[in-house]
Design a protein around this ligand. Sequence first.
Ligand code: MTE
Length: 376
Amino acid sequence: DPYIDEPKRSEDIIPATKKPFAGTLRLDYLPLNFITPVQWWYVRNHLPVPDLDANNHQVILEVGGTQRIFTMDEIQQMPKACVMVTLMCSGNRGYEMLETTGTKTKIWGPGAVSNAIWTGVKLCDLLEAVGITAENHGNYKHVQFVGTDCEITGVPYSVSIPIWKAVDKKGDVLLAYQMNGEPLTRDHGYPIRMVVPGHTGARSCKWLTKIILSDKEADGNSQMYDFKSFGPSVRSTTADYEKAPSIQAVPVHSVICRPKARDSVQVVEGRIDVKGFAYAGGGNKIIRVDISTDQGKTWQPAQLDFQDNKSDYPHNWSWTLWSCKLPIDKNQHDVEIWCKAIDTSSNTQPEGFEYIYNFKGVTANAYHKIKFKLIP
Ligand code: MTE
């Protein structure tokens, strides 16, 4: 069993799949911390977790046939950067999207998202050391990242990002070796991983072993098949994977975490407490979250409680935690509430899944709608 040596995980992480492991924190715990404690971070592995030793781990940087090898010591002696970055899996809420069409194949509910302070070396600094800059990157169009985790066939996890993001000094792409001030844990990429702010979680390659400058995207499954953009009428049988663009920056999202769907909720002084998160990719920041108790006829703004106030569009990489004391008629029995977020580019979420449906179950960012009961 290749999964015999998996790390221990918190009981609060609810598995979606066990081998490979994917799991999210209980949804009602998610808004308890602006910076998610490491043991409460969502985990998304595609393969068994490698068991690596920082003392002999190396990262190879390959530029046009030339390889430069960095030990962990060398990387840790380079100038440090500390950046607050939320990661969210593109498959977040994929289950809900696919459920609307009767398919129940995707793993994720609404909690595949977490926020941390990452410490490491900026990729643009590493690239500058070998002469690759925003002004001068030759014919290279993509930067590929290769993980140490491998399929049985020996094919490693590999993904890529466009070169402009890699060389952008304010793009904040990191080779991270610490999460919330501590060395990475095995599940989150020990001893070193990529963190690509504003882009879908898949590009933040864990257990990093190689960086390759190329004119092509990486050829791993997560780049070529899993996280691609398709229209609502495309099916797996008609999908043209070569032509479909891979997902990089993620769209604006919001989720109600408290109460949870189907909870029984107490009304206190005519109000109920509602809490959740909102997040936008591409460096956007959340400017508003709207809540409705009457299926969109009227809306009231939530309070934005926690944001990364040191950064703004287009360099804001963290989620927003919001809350609302929602007036509610206590004589109702069944209640439905909706939320939607608006970001600094005035992007908002679509009302339903119908017209954004894709058979991959990715970028599922329709309004979050939940039903629950009031305690009489
Ligand atoms: N990197 C490697 N090497 N192997 C993986 O399976 N999963 C990706 C990404 N990096 C993955 C990986 C996906 S899909 C996501 S959403 C994030 O890691 C999740 O990071 P986390 O497990 O630290 O939350």
